[in-house]
Design a binder for this molecule. Structure first.
Ligand SMILES: Nc1ncnc2c1ncn2[C@@H]1O[C@H](COP(=O)(O)OP(=O)(O)O)[C@@H](O)[C@H]1O
Ligand SMILES: [Mg+2]
Length: 272
C-alpha cells in the first residue's frame, strides 16, 4: 500500500520525548468490533514497556467491568463519598472488591512529585459521581510531572456533543467544559499526557474534541471521516484484531491488536 506508514505511526505512539509531548487517539467501530480490546491492548503494552508511566482507566458503569479483562493488575478508586457495589454477573450476588476513596486529585497523584495513591504498572480505575470530572482530572495531569496515559472507554459519555444542563445548575457548565477541554488539548499533550479513547458513535461526541486528536483508529465496520485518505471499502474489509490508524489525515497504516476476553469473575460496578 503506497501510503502505509505503520512503522512511523507506531513509533510516534511509542515515543516518550518531552519535546514532542504525548498523543491523543480515538478508536472507532460498531459494538463488538474490538474497541475496548484495542485500548486494553495499548494499555498492556504501556504497562510492559513503560514501568514509570501512570495509567488511568474510565469504565462505563452498569455493564460488565471492562478493566478486569486485562488481568489482575488494576486497582479501583472512587471520588469523595462515592460508594461502589460489585455484582457477580455469572453467579449472581455481590462481590467484595476493595477500593479506595479519595478527596483531592493531589492525593491521587501529586502534581509536584507524580506520586500518590495511584501506581504505575496497573490500571488505576477511577469512578466519579459525574463523568465530566475526567476533564478536571486531565487538567490536573497536564500540570503533573511524569508521563501519564488516560484511557476513556465510551468517551461520548465524557465529552458528549450535547451535554445537558442538570437541575440546579446556573449555566451549562458541561458545554463550557467541553470547549475548555478542546482548547486545552494541545496543552494536555505538552503536559506529557497521552489520551486513548474509544466510541461507537462519533456523532454523539463533541466535534471540537475530535478535531484536536492526533490519531483515529478505524475498526471493522467504522464510518471513515470524509477528510481521511483511507478508503471506506478498505475499512469494511478489515477483520477482527486489525485497525487502520490515521495520523492527522496525512499518513495511515494497518495495525494489529490482540484479544482480551472476559476474565472471571465477570462483574459489574454499581455507583451508589
Ligand atoms: N484481536 C482480537 N482477536 C480476536 N477476538 C477479538 C479481538 N478483539 C476483540 N475480539 C473479540 O470481539 C468481541 C468484542 O470485543 P470488544 O473489545 O468488547 O468490542 P467493543 O468494545 O467494540 O464492543 C469480544 O468477544 C472480543 O474477545
Ligand atoms: Mg467496548
Amino acid at each position: 500500500m503506497a501510503n502505509s506508514r505503520i512503522d512511523d505511526i507506531l513509533y510516534r505512539r511509542q515515543l516518550r520525548d518531552p519535546s514532542q509531548g504525548g498523543f491523543s487517539s480515538l478508536t472507532v467501530g460498531p459494538p463488538g468490533s474490538g474497541k475496548t480490546s484495542h485500548i486494553l491492548y495499548e494499555a498492556s503494552r504501556i504497562i510492559e514497556w513503560y514501568p514509570h508511566e501512570t495509567l488511568f482507566w474510565r469504565d462505563s458503569p452498569n455493564s460488565a467491568a471492562q478493566f478486569n479483562r486485562i488481568g489482575k493488575n488494576w486497582k479501583i478508586f472512587a471520588e469523595g463519598d462515592t460508594e461502589l457495589k460489585f455484582r457477580d454477573l455469572m453467579k449472581g450476588g455481590s462481590l467484595k472488591i476493595p477500593y479506595t476513596n479519595f478527596n483531592d486529585f493531589n492525593d491521587l497523584i501529586d502534581q509536584d512529585t507524580g506520586k500518590g495513591l495511584v501506581k504505575p504498572k496497573q490500571l488505576n480505575v477511577i469512578f466519579f459521581k459525574d463523568d465530566f470530572r475526567w476533564i478536571d482530572l486531565l487538567n490536573h495531569l497536564r500540570a503533573t510531572i511524569g508521563w501519564q496515559s488516560v484511557f476513556l472507554d465510551e468517551v461520548e459519555d465524557v465529552i458528549p456533543l450535547n451535554p445537558y444542563k442538570r437541575p440546579g445548575e446556573k449555566s451549562n457548565i458541561r458545554h463550557q467544559k467541553n470547549i475548555l477541554f478542546s482548547n486545552n488539548a494541545k496543552a494536555i499533550r505538552k503536559g506529557l499526557v497521552n489520551l486513548l479513547c474509544d466510541t461507537q458513535n462519533t456523532s454523539e461526541l463533541d466535534w471540537r474534541f475530535i478535531g484536536k486528536l492526533n490519531f483515529i483508529c478505524y475498526l471493522r465496520g467504522a464510518r471513515v471521516f470524509s477528510q481521511s485518505r483511507i478508503k471506506q471499502v478498505a475499512v469494511d474489509k478489515l477483520t477482527t484484531g486489525k485497525a487502520f490508524i490515521d495520523w492527522e489525515n496525512r499518513i495511515y497504516g494497518k495495525a494489529f491488536f490482540s484479544s482480551f476476553p472476559p476474565k472471571k469473575p465477570v462483574f459489574e460496578v454499581i455507583k451508589e
